[in-house]
Design a protein around this ligand. Sequence first.
Ligand code: UD1
Length: 431
Amino acid sequence: MSGIEIEGLRPLNGDVRIQGSKNAVLPMMAAAVLHRGTTVLENVPRIQDVFCMTDILTSMGCRCRMDGHRLEIDARTVSRVAVPREYVASMRSSIVLLGALLGRTGEAATYYPGGCSIGSRPIDLHLYGLERLGAEIAGQEDGRIAARADKLTGGRIRFPYPSVGATENVLLAAAAARGTTVIEGAAREPEIVSLCRMLSGMGAKISGIGEETVTVEGVNEFHDSEYAAPGDRIVTGTYMSCVMAAGGRAFLRGTDAVQLRGVTRVLRRMGAEIEEAPSGIRVGMARRPGPVKVRTAPYPGFPTDLQSPMLSLLSVSDGCGQVLETVFEGRFATAVQLRRMGACIDIEGNKAEVRGIYPLRGACVTAPDLRGGAALAVAGLAAEGKTRIGGCAHILRGYEDICGDLKSLGARIRQLPEAEEAAGERADGRG
Ligand code: UD1
């Protein structure tokens, strides 16, 4: 898919299944490396980041078989402990392989990670945590990081900030370390809970799951296991934003409403009617969104990954709203694109002031990053005329079938063949 075209101002109605969670599945795939046997993951989303992680595992000697949404990883043989550079550049979450490989072989090498351009994204906390478990880590001028540990040994780790990735890396290494590891200041995101549950299912001994202090008792051996990834809470939040931008009523199936409470609280204040059900979330919107002030924060706060869709919603709200980004400093690139659609957004440091205008106007825009790209689809649903979104490779990293899903709810949306997208870009002066 090279581009997306949306004709806005049509309500969304119906029922859609939410894909499995990207951010839960990627560290779970890394966890499979710890075990000299087979791990099966269900509800795996068919997205670019998963395919990339599969390629990395294969390059390391694992045998991966994906059948629909079921992924079988046979990690009996791990013949290579280095993550190839080309993959690291396109997927930051490959950094979690550092902890998993150290746990499995006592040796690991990778490069400083890439991923979305949303701030500086250092990895000091990852390295600090692994060093506390006895790893010796050497960084090289070309960006290569080599880590080794004759024997990982449990220790006390105190994170000054609840980094999701650093918590995952330490959990993976600690599960195979000798003795007990106590992680204080751990991230509490649902994806951390999923990883801990999966590791427990493989034989790890973990207590304090989902709390700020997590204790891991290292084990020597893991066993074959199966685990189903939860529904993706960020995709759920994106689709809720779509319904709110377009108006209508939809049931989002296969998602855990409890994980979204920090989000639904805000969306209700904007006028959304939201009902939690055991099998998903129902969202309805009968008017233009109301303005709110939102501050992103680690879980259970409002997720930074839904900050861009929120900018789109505030852009069509009936008043003046504000977004304070506290997690990633450079995450307002979507605003530049939204302004091309007529949005009125002022940025000062980590604060965005938004004056709502309805409707926006269709334009040729470019996805600046994964969630920013999805946010442009949200805006396109509340825009008059046609919106063309280029740079959709970003969106494919995390959304399995955003066009098919929104179409099934009644949106006029289509994937653009490459030639048409290029023509749109030239007409827009970007070609
Ligand atoms: C994960 C998610 C991402 C989400 C983010 C915050 C995955 C694959 N990605 O990213 O979608 O937006 O959590 O919920 O799960 N930091 C440091 N030093 C470190 C590590 C992080 O200073 O060593 C800083 C980062 O620069 C950032 C903040 O901590 O400002 C949060 O980062 P972190 O929680 O680590 O996010 P990721 O794991 O990269």
